[in-house]
Design a protein around this ligand. Structure first.
Ligand SMILES: [Fe+2]
Ligand SMILES: [Fe+2]
Length: 264
């Protein structure tokens, strides 16, 4: 059995909720998951001070940790626009992780994540070379490993125009299906969502874990995911103000055999 914690949209900077960050830190320490995945938007405007706070927080989380960047992780403020145009990921690579695309293998899962952000284009996008890299990485996965793909932008737009998700989602889902991906993790919308696509792939979208920039009536949340040989379970852990802690809001279990039948 593998337990994953999936946090997203921490957004250090304005509207950051330090109290929630402490509660989540304690939850992760208590659970000691096999892997903690952070799917982007570590900062609000990509300022150095925000990155320093994000780095300090990540240092406190139990390892291993897997990260990809979000659209808010490129500098966006007067005085930083040249840097955004020329080296948009330099700060992310200095403070969070040395590469913007990443992969990691644990006992039962093989995780590949890509930087889906662009300095100008709204919404998610990735290149042909990233696509080739993802294909090659997944080839290294062992036969029984659960293949997980991580991207900041959502592939299920939930019939909402904003915020912009990944462009051409159906084509990407068909491609991920051909690679045997069972689970997609994303953030960006600040709305928790657990669903299964027409391709059979399970999507676990995390809400914002610790920013007060909540959307569409949803509060703060993170995902706890359990991968077993025969089942994949996604639990949404949502902040309960009265109890002053994150509590399980929903749980959905999917048969991995059925997922694999749909993928084949
Ligand atoms: Fe965000
Ligand atoms: Fe975002």
């Amino acid at each position: 059995m593998t337990v994953l914690f999936h946090l997203s949209d921490l957004h250090f900077g304005p509207k950051f909720n330090a109290h929630l960050s402490e509660l989540i830190l304690q939850d992760v320490r208590d659970a000691k998951p096999d892997l903690t995945i952070l799917s982007g938007d570590f900062t609000m405007r990509g300022r150095v001070s925000e990155y320093e706070q994000a780095r300090a927080y990540i240092e406190k989380l139990p390892k291993p940790i897997f990260t990809i960047p979000g659209n808010h992780d490129q500098p966006l403020y007067p005085g930083a626009m040249w840097e955004r145009a020329t080296t948009p990921w330099a700060r992310y690579m200095r403070y969070i992780n040395a590469t913007v695309d990443a992969s990691i293998e644990t006992r039962d899962v093989f995780v590949v994540g890509v930087n889906s952000n662009h300095r100008i284009v709204p919404g998610g996008i990735w290149s042909a070379s990233q696509r080739r890299w993802v294909e090659q990485e997944f080839l290294r996965a062992s036969r029984d490993a659960c293949k997980i793909f991580v991207t900041h932008h959502h592939l299920d737009w939930m019939n909402k125009y904003r915020p912009f998700g990944q462009w051409f989602p159906t084509a990407h889902l068909n491609w991920l299906k051909s690679l045997g991906v069972e689970l997609i993790l994303n953030g960006h919308t600040h709305v928790p969502l657990t669903t299964q696509t027409a391709q059979g792939i399970v999507i676990a979208q995390a809400g914002t874990s610790m920013s007060t920039r909540v959307r569409h009536g949803h509060g703060n949340a993170y995902n706890r995911i359990v991968i077993e040989p025969h089942a994949l379970t996604v639990q949404v852990m949502a902040f309960d103000e009265q109890a002053d802690r994150f509590e399980q809001r929903s749980e959905k279990t999917f048969s991995r055999q059925r997922i694999q039948e749909q993928l084949s």
